[in-house]
Ligand binder design. Structure first.
Ligand code: IVH
Length: 799
C-alpha cells in the first residue's frame, strides 16, 4: 500500500469515528436534552471533522454532520407527490364531541370488539394521546436509514421539496440510529418553534430593524419555506414526529409501538405521549394537558387521539380527507379577532408614558380580555394601528395579551379626515399630572463623538410631582425586596398620595397616627403597626436603599454591585459615569442613568430629607478589595474613546508612558516613538488632549479612581481583606434554616461571589434537599460540597 492510501485510510476511519461521535452528541443534545460533553468539546470534534473533510473532499457524504447547511440558495422549490396522502384531522371542541368520536369508533369496530353489556358499558378502545403542536406538517423520507427528502404537506397530495431546509433542523437525524429500520421509511411530524426560540428570534429582528413574526407557527412556516437554507439554519426550529407515511419493511402493529421504534432510531417524539383506555381517560388527558398548556415550552392548539391498534385503524379507514381513527380535541384558541376601541396612555414608575389598547371584550384561550399591551409608539406604528380597527389578539402562556396584527381587509373605507381622527397620538401632556410629555433620546457615545437619535419611549417630565409616578415610586420603595415596609398596600399608597399626605418617599417618615387612622381600611391597630413598620425600616442595608430609590435600569443586582464596590452612599452619588463602568454589568447607559439620577436636584433633596428624617444606612464602610486597582492605564485610555486609538494603541501608549500625565503631556515627537502608533492616531491623540475640557475630564476620572482605590497604582490589598475573597460559591436545593437569599448575602459579605452554575472554578457548593444537576456536576468535577449544617458551621467559624 502506498503512503497516500494509508493516510487516506486513516482519515476515513477517523472521519467515521467523528461522525458517529458527533451524531451521538447531537442526539443527546437536541433530542434527549441531556448533553454529556460541553459545547466547546463538541465544537472541537466538529472542526476536526470539518478540517479532515476539507483535506479529503472525496470522503464527504451527505449524512455527515458538517453537511446540514448547503451552500446554494434555491430559485424555487420542487414538487413532491405524496405516495400516501397527508391528511388532516377532524376536530372535537366539546367533551361530548370526543365521546361521540369514541362511540363511532366502537360502532365501526363492532365486529372486532366484544359485545357491550346491558348497562351501556362496552368494550374499551385504546388510544394514543399526543399534544397537537402548532407548527407545520412535514414528511421526511429515509432510504436505507439516510434522510433523502423532506417535503411540506402542501394540499395533501403534492407538497414542496424542502430537503435542504429540513436538514438544517438540528434534531432531525440525517441518518437513523441503531438497526432494524425499514428500507424505505417516511416519517411525519411537525416542525415548530419553541416559545423561547420565537421570543429570541423576534427580539433579534426588532434589534436589527427587521420584520417580526406574529406567532411561533408563522415563524416556523416562514423559516422553513426559505429558498436560502442558511436562513433556515439560523432559525430555532425543532421537529417532533407523530406518525409515518409510506413504508417498505416491517414495523410494530400499534401506533405507540411505532413511535417507540422511531424513538430508538433517533427520532424526537413527544414527551407527553400517553396511552388512554376509553373516552374518559382521553378526557382526563385533555384536561391534564390543558392545565399544563401555559407551562409547556412550545405552543399547542389541542391534543390528538389515535386508535392505537393499526389493524383497527385500517378497518376504520377514512371519510373524505379525515381518518375515522383519529381526532384533534382543540383547546380554546389563543388568537381571536376583536375591535380596538381606544388607545389610552399609562404612566409608569420611571415616567414612561406607554400606550395600552382598550378592546371590545373577547374570550381568548378561555380568558376574557379587554386590554392589551402595546409596548411603545414604535410598536403602534409597526402595527399601523388605527382606532376602530379589527385586530388579532393573542394570549399565549401567562404573558399579557398582545395585539399581533391589524386585519386591514376589515378596515372600513375611512375618509382622510376620519383616518386623521383615528390615528393614535401621544398626548403632549401627561394624562395624570399635566406635565409635558417628551420623547426620550438615545445618546450614543463612541470614539469621542455623541450621536443623538429618537428613542421609542415617551416620558412625563413631572417626576414625583406626577401622581402616577409618585404612587409607583412609593410602591417600589416600600416593597419587600426594597425597604420592606409591611402594611402599606397599593390602595393605601393611593390614598396617602391622593390626600396629599405623601409627596415623596421621605414623607413616609413623618406620617403621624392621626393622619392614617381615618384612612379607608385603617383602624387603630393597623395604623400603629404601620408606624412601627416604618420606624423599623429606618436602618436599611445600603444595597436595599439604592434599589429602593428606583433608579431607572438599576435592579437588585446592580444595586448590590454598587453597594459592594463603593460601600457608601456618598461615593455612589458622586461616582462619574466612566468610573461606574468599571463595575461588573454596568454599561455606559446604566452608568449614565445612575449619574444623572444623582445629579437631579429633586432626587438629591429627597435623599437629603430621608437622611434628615433618621434613615441610617447600614453596611457602609471600606471599599471592597475585589475592586482594588481594577482599572488599568491601558483600559482607561481605551475607555476615553479617542478617535483612532483602539485597544492595542492604548496598550502601547500605557507601556511607553506609564502615566496619564505623561500621555497628556507627550508631544508629537514622543508619540511618534510609540511603536506602531501611526501618524493619524498620534495626531488624533494630541488634538484630543489639546482640548482642555478633555484633559480635565480625564484627570477628574483618574482622581476619582484613585480616591475609590480602583486606580492602577492603588495598593493591591485585595484578597487579604475578606476571608472568602476570590472564591465562587453555588447554592442549590432548599435551605431550611437560612433562606437562599440570606445565605447569598452572607457569602457576599464575606467576599465570595455567588454563582448560579457549577464549573471547575467553583470553590464550594452548598446543597440542600432536592439538589439535582448542580450537585451531580459538583461531584463529577470533584468540587467540595457542604450540606446546610456544615455551611452554617463555616459561617459561624468566620464570624
Ligand atoms: S396526526 C392522519 N398528530 O395537525 C393524521 N397531527 O389537522 C394526520 N398535528 O397537519 C395528523 N400535532 O400538522 C397528528 N400529534 C399530532 C399532531 C398533528 C400536530 C398537525 C398536523 C396536521 C394537522 C391536522
Amino acid at each position: 500500500m502506498t503512503d497516500a492510501s494509508t493516510t487516506t485510510k486513516h482519515a476515513a476511519t477517523r472521519i467515521l469515528e467523528l461522525r458517529a461521535e458527533l451524531d451521538t452528541h447531537n442526539y443527546r443534545y437536541h433530542v434527549l436534552d441531556a448533553p454529556s460533553i460541553p459545547d466547546a468539546e463538541y465544537d472541537r470534534l466538529y472542526h476536526e471533522l470539518k478540517a479532515l473533510e476539507a483535506e479529503y473532499p472525496e470522503l464527504v457524504t451527505a449524512d455527515s454532520p458538517t453537511q446540514r447547511v448547503g451552500n446554494l440558495a434555491l430559485s424555487a422549490f420542487g414538487e413532491v407527490k405524496h405516495e400516501v396522502p397527508m391528511l388532516s384531522l377532524g376536530n372535537a371542541f366539546a367533551e361530548d364531541d370526543l365521546r361521540d368520536f369514541d362511540r363511532r369508533v366502537r360502532e365501526g369496530l363492532a365486529d372486532e370488539l366484544p359485545a357491550g353489556d346491558l348497562f351501556g358499558g362496552g368494550a374499551i378502545v385504546e388510544y394514543s394521546c399526543e399534544p397537537k403542536l402548532d407548527g407545520l406538517a412535514v414528511s421526511l423520507l429515509y432510504r436505507d436509514g439516510q434522510l433523502v427528502r423532506g417535503a411540506t404537506r402542501g394540499d395533501g397530495t403534492t407538497g414542496e421539496d424542502i430537503s435542504v431546509n429540513v436538514r438544517t433542523v438540528r434534531n432531525i437525524p440525517l441518518r437513523l440510529q441503531g438497526s432494524g429500520w425499514p428500507g424505505v421509511l417516511e416519517v411525519r411530524g411537525e416542525v415548530f418553534m419553541s416559545r423561547a426560540g420565537f421570543d429570541a428570534l423576534n427580539a433579534r429582528a426588532l434589534e436589527s430593524g427587521g420584520k417580526t413574526f406574529a406567532n411561533p407557527r408563522n415563524a416556523a412556516a416562514g423559516s422553513l419555506r426559505q429558498l436560502d437554507p442558511k436562513i433556515t439554519a439560523s432559525r430555532p426550529l425543532e421537529f417532533c414526529c407523530y406518525g409515518i407515511g409510506q413504508v417498505q419493511g416491517e414495523l410494530p402493529d400499534t401506533h405507540i409501538g411505532i413511535l417507540a421504534a422511531l424513538k430508538d432510531w433517533g427520532m424526537p417524539i413527544s414527551r407527553e405521549l400517553k396511552l388512554a383506555r376509553g373516552a374518559e381517560e382521553c378526557l382526563d388527558y385533555y384536561r391534564a394537558i390543558g392545565e399544563k398548556r401555559d407551562a409547556l415550552p412550545y405552543e399547542i392548539d389541542g391534543v390528538v387521539f389515535k386508535v392505537n391498534n393499526l389493524t383497527w385503524q385500517r378497518e376504520l379507514g377514512f371519510r373524505a380527507r379525515e381518518p375515522r381513527w383519529a381526532i384533534a380535541h382543540k383547546f380554546p384558541a389563543s388568537e381571536e379577532l376583536t375591535e380596538l376601541l381606544a388607545v389610552e396612555f399609562q404612566v409608569g414608575r420611571t415616567g414612561a408614558v406607554t400606550p395600552v389598547a382598550r378592546l371590545k371584550p373577547v374570550k381568548v384561550a378561555g380568558v376574557m380580555v379587554s386590554n392589551a399591551t402595546l409596548h411603545n409608539m414604535d410598536e403602534v406604528e409597526r402595527l399601523g394601528l388605527m382606532i376602530g380597527d379589527t385586530v388579532i389578539i393573542r394570549r399565549a402562556g401567562d404573558v399579557i395579551p398582545q395585539v399581533v396584527q391589524v386585519v386591514l381587509e376589515r378596515r372600513p373605507d375611512w375618509s382622510a379626515d376620519e383616518l386623521a381622527a383615528r390615528t393614535v397620538k401621544v398626548p403632549s401632556e401627561c394624562p395624570i399630572c399635566g406635565s409635558a410629555v417628551e420623547r426620550t433620546q438615545l445618546i450614543k457615545r463612541s470614539k469621542g463623538r455623541e450621536t443623538v437619535s429618537e428613542g421609542a419611549a415617551y416620558l412625563c417630565v413631572g417626576r414625583l410631582a406626577c401622581g402616577a409616578q409618585l404612587k409607583q415610586a412609593i410602591i417600589h420603595f416600600v416593597s419587600r425586596r426594597a425597604m420592606d415596609i409591611e402594611g402599606l398596600g397599593e390602595k393605601s399608597i393611593e390614598q396617602l398620595v391622593d390626600e396629599g399626605l405623601v409627596q415623596s418617599p421621605a414623607d413616609l417618615f413623618t406620617l403621624r397616627f392621626e393622619q392614617i387612622v381615618d384612612l379607608e381600611g385603617f383602624a387603630e391597630l393597623s395604623s400603629k403597626n404601620l408606624l412601627a413598620a416604618i420606624a423599623e425600616s429606618k436602618r436599611p442595608a445600603l444595597a436595599r436603599f439604592i434599589y429602593a430609590l428606583g433608579i431607572p435600569d438599576v435592579g437588585e443586582e446592580t444595586a448590590k454591585v454598587l453597594a459592594r464596590a463603593l460601600a457608601s452612599l456618598q461615593r455612589i452619588q458622586q461616582a462619574l459615569p466612566e468610573v461606574l463602568t468599571y463595575l461588573p454589568d454596568v454599561g455606559a447607559e446604566v452608568a449614565h442613568e445612575i449619574h444623572s439620577f444623582f445629579e437631579d436636584e429633586h432626587n438629591r433633596s429627597v435623599i437629603a430629607q430621608l437622611l434628615e428624617r433618621g434613615l441610617e444606612l447600614q453596611e457602609e464602610g471600606d471599599l471592597h478589595p475585589e475592586f482594588a486597582a481594577c482599572a488599568s492605564l491601558a483600559g482607561f485610555i481605551d475607555k476615553l474613546n479617542i478617535p483612532f486609538i483602539a485597544a492595542t494603541g492604548a496598550e502601547k501608549l500605557a507601556a511607553k508612558f506609564g502615566s496619564l500625565d505623561a500621555i497628556i503631556n507627550a508631544d508629537w515627537l514622543d508619540l511618534r516613538q510609540v511603536e506602531r502608533l501611526n501618524e493619524k492616531a498620534a495626531k488624533s491623540l494630541r488634538e484630543f488632549f489639546d482640548n482642555p475640557a478633555n484633559a480635565e475630564r480625564a484627570r477628574a476620572i483618574e482622581a476619582q479612581l484613585r480616591e475609590f482605590g480602583m486606580h492602577w497604582e492603588s495598593a493591591k490589598k485585595a484578597a487579604e481583606g475578606l476571608p472568602l475573597a476570590g472564591q465562587t460559591w453555588v447554592l442549590t436545593g432548599t435551605l431550611e434554616v437560612m433562606s437562599r437569599d440570606v445565605a447569598k448575602e452572607k457569602l457576599e459579605a464575606l467576599g465570595a461571589k455567588v454563582s448560579g452554575s457549577v464549573s471547575a472554578k467553583t470553590h464550594c457548593v452548598v446543597a440542600g434537599p432536592g439538589a439535582g444537576s448542580k450537585l451531580a456536576k459538583a461531584s463529577e468535577l470533584g468540587v467540595k460540597v457542604l450540606d446546610e449544617a456544615e455551611f452554617l458551621a463555616v459561617l459561624g467559624s468566620l464570624g
